[in-house]
Design a binder for this molecule. Structure first.
Ligand code: F6R
Length: 263
């Protein structure tokens, strides 16, 4: 495994570790191992979780580590980033069902402490502020796991999203609908989602971003090297003091040489 932990320091804002791995599996396994370490050190950790193809191998390894008796989720509280509006939790394509089948039902987590935005909330604004309150009452998110959209979205905060935004319902971009149609047998997913806001995400104490595959290469380059702008929401992560990026050879191809200071 090639492991390089780098700090980009082009502006005072930039303070991020970038971990490069040769393969997707190696990157995902390393992220799972990092989460597992955290679980061992802090059994009652509050996790922020993401869904999507990128996260599948991470959850697979976490389940394997649990089955091997290495980690327990018994003390964990979790908050997922987002959920499609209009999908009931029992719909297998909902993010609640996805989390249940990929992780929650396969480990010893107390499901009453696993929270996912409610895509069917009758009053979405009221639900969203309750979701924020629940995160606060849990003590805030210790470790937030993020993927990145091809368009640079984090959670479902699409380009143009306010950096201060809180949990709310958003419209999904065409490119997001197309990318996620893979999970809907080629049909388009719901056009709206409820997502934690960028402001919510930035309050997490630590953020891990996992990006794998060639389709993420442009977004990763812009996020790490482009101007900080709502046009690429992930650029805002450069304003957070504790973010690490976990990349495979394809997603990290354009930032691999950015070794300004090795840790
Ligand atoms: C999912 C989420 C999204 C995904 C992103 C990448 O909960 O918040 O930001 O992380 O769309 O999705 P995949 O991993 O399917 O490429």
């Amino acid at each position: 495994m090639r492991w390089r932990s780098l700090v980009l320091d082009r502006s005072m804002e930039l303070k991020m570790r970038i971990n490069h791995f040769p393969t997707t599996v190696a990157a995902a396994n390393a992220v799972a191992d990092r989460i597992a370490e955290r679980l061992k050190a802090t059994p009652n950790v509050v996790l922020g979780l993401a869904t999507g193809a990128t996260m599948e191998p991470v959850y697979e390894r976490l389940v394997a580590l649990h089955r091997a008796g290495e980690i327990s989720f018994a003390g964990v509280t979790s908050f997922n980033l987002d959920e499609y509006v209009g999908l009931p939790p029992e719909d297998p394509r909902s993010y609640r069902a996805t989390m249940d089948s990929q992780l929650f039902d396969l480990v010893d987590i107390d499901k009453s402490r696993t929270f996912v935005p409610d895509g069917l909330a009758a009053d979405p604004a009221a639900f969203a502020s309750r979701y924020e309150a629940m995160i606060r009452e849990a003590g805030g998110i210790d470790l937030q796991l993020l993927g990145i959209g091809r368009n640079g979205h984090i959670g479902f905060n699409e380009p143009g999203a306010d950096f201060a935004a809180r949990t709310r319902v958003v419209d999904l971009e065409e490119s997001t609908l197309e990318a996620n149609s893979a999970f809907f047998d080629g049909a388009l997913p719901p056009t709206q989602a409820m997502t934690m806001g960028i402001g919510t995400i930035l309050e997490s104490r630590e953020i891990i971003v996992l990006a794998t595959g060639a389709t993420k290469r442009d977004a990763v380059r812009t996020a790490l090297l482009g101007a900080v702008t709502p046009d690429c929401p992930a650029t805002v992560l450069r304003r957070h003091a504790n973010v690490s990026w976990w990349l495979d050879a394809e997603s990290g191809a354009d930032v691999a040489g950015e070794s300004l200071a090795a840790e």
